[in-house]
Design a protein around this ligand. Structure first.
Ligand SMILES: [Zn+2]
Length: 198
């Protein structure tokens, strides 16, 4: 009986230790995140940001900033059209601030960047696998894929891209710069798969 009690107490202490270290780990992560976000706030906002879609040039964006949407709303962003499933890259470095669904934006990701600006990516078909709030991102990070969720249902697939500052939304178009993806001019010869002939 005594032995059994001892075993129980050992297991109990072990479980308690696991829980406490787990919780402090979470708190430490949260503190680190807030510290990093505070550091971002103190930085100057990015003056140039990368096009979220690799193959789309800035010239291809029809400027719809401020265009009326219904009777009581104006377009607070730019729409970037591309086939469904096109990867959406972060336009800036920063941290994933929010991953969530709303009626207008559908599936959305918000990234907080330098100067505390929020970069908003909406109508996503799906999120990048494993992406979580608090993740550090760079301009090479895929956030999700172009789609038609939210009020984009029934329209050609596009990314709604918005930028929010402390004083409200600003037009992303003047800040956007094309991605300079080097075009492959001398494509490597196609390798034959190393496969057993059967
Ligand atoms: Zn839009």
């Amino acid at each position: 009986m005594k032995r059994l009690l001892k075993l129980f107490s050992i297991v109990g202490v072990a479980l308690l230790l696991l829980t406490v270290t787990g919780i402090t780990g979470v708190i430490a992560d949260k503190l680190k995140f807030y510290f990093e976000v505070a550091r971002l706030y103190s930085k100057e906002p990015d003056r140039r940001i990368a096009m979220p879609l690799e193959e789309v040039s800035k010239r291809q964006i029809a400027d719809t900033w401020g265009a009326p949407r219904g009777t009581d709303r104006r377009h607070q962003g730019q729409d970037i059209f591309a086939p469904r499933g096109t990867p959406v890259f972060s336009a800036t470095s920063g941290f994933v601030y929010n991953i969530g669904e709303n009626s207008l934006g559908g599936q959305t990701v918000s990234v907080i960047g330098a100067g505390g600006r929020l970069y908003y990516y909406a109508h996503l078909d799906r999120y990048a696998p494993g992406l979580q709030e608090g993740d550090r991102v760079t301009t090479s990070t895929v956030l999700g894929y172009v789609g038609t969720t939210g009020n984009a249902q029934g329209t050609p697939p596009h990314l709604h891209f918005g930028i929010y500052t402390a004083s409200g939304a600003i037009d992303p178009l003047p800040l956007l710069t094309d991605r300079t993806t080097p075009r492959v001019t001398n494509a490597a010869p196609r390798r034959t798969p190393n496969r057993l002939r059967i």
